[in-house]
Design a protein around this ligand. Structure first.
Ligand SMILES: Nc1nc2c(c(=O)[nH]1)N[C@H]1C(S)=C(S)[C@@H](COP(=O)(O)O)O[C@H]1N2
Ligand SMILES: [Mo]
Length: 163
């Protein structure tokens, strides 16, 4: 594979006792720890990752769980149409339509190893199809389901770095 460029790990990223919480417009809010996720069916795909800034990392093998499998377990209310995927680095968050997020993978491994913290470990959102680079949220810790499109920051933060 071509390596992903390494970016700094912000100080607010903590991987000890990490868990993912899914909350908002759901009937059964839940927190999944690493063991809970490991017990779910695995989802994997290999693809290239291209950043808006102009670089491409080829042939990355991601493995984790399909987000749709997680959402099934929290029972979203029928009015739920969107989600905000939040990260541990401050205000970074990305909004998705639910039908699109369902097909994304919450990656826990890259190229057969636990996902390195430098690349978003313990958990990073990855999209098997076309996506913008900022939609691949690193250090995911909360998914908030909503009925209206939530405001987000990811695109602005990412493009602010590209200029
Ligand atoms: N939480 C979080 N996720 C993020 C970002 C970020 O700043 N914070 N940057 C995004 C952008 S613009 C890119 S190109 C990739 C970079 O991934 P890498 O650091 O593994 O190369 O992460 C994406 N996910
Ligand atoms: Mo990017």
């Amino acid at each position: 594979m071509d390596d992903l460029p390494s970016h700094d790990v912000p100080g607010s990223v903590t991987t000890d006792d990490w868990a993912l919480t899914i909350r908002g417009s759901v009937r059964r809010e839940r927190t999944f720890d690493a063991a809970d996720l490991a017990a779910l069916p695995a989802a994997a795909f290999t693809g290239d990752f291209a950043c808006e800034a102009g670089w491409v990392a080829e042939g990355l093998a991601w493995r984790g769980v399909r987000v749709g499998d997680l959402l099934d377990r929290v029972d979203p209310t029928p009015q739920t149409e969107f989600a905000l995927v939040r990260a541990m680095d401050g205000d970074y968050a990305c909004a998705f339509r639910l039908d699109r997020l369902e097909n994304a993978v919450l990656a826990l491994e890259l190229d057969g190893e636990p996902l390195p913290t430098e690349h978003g470990g313990p958990a990073r959102l990855v999209q098997p199809g076309d996506a913008d680079c900022w939609e691949s949220v690193k250090w995911v810790d909360v998914i908030e389901l909503t009925t209206e499109r939530p405001d987000d920051t990811a695109r602005e933060i990412a493009l602010g770095r590209v200029e």
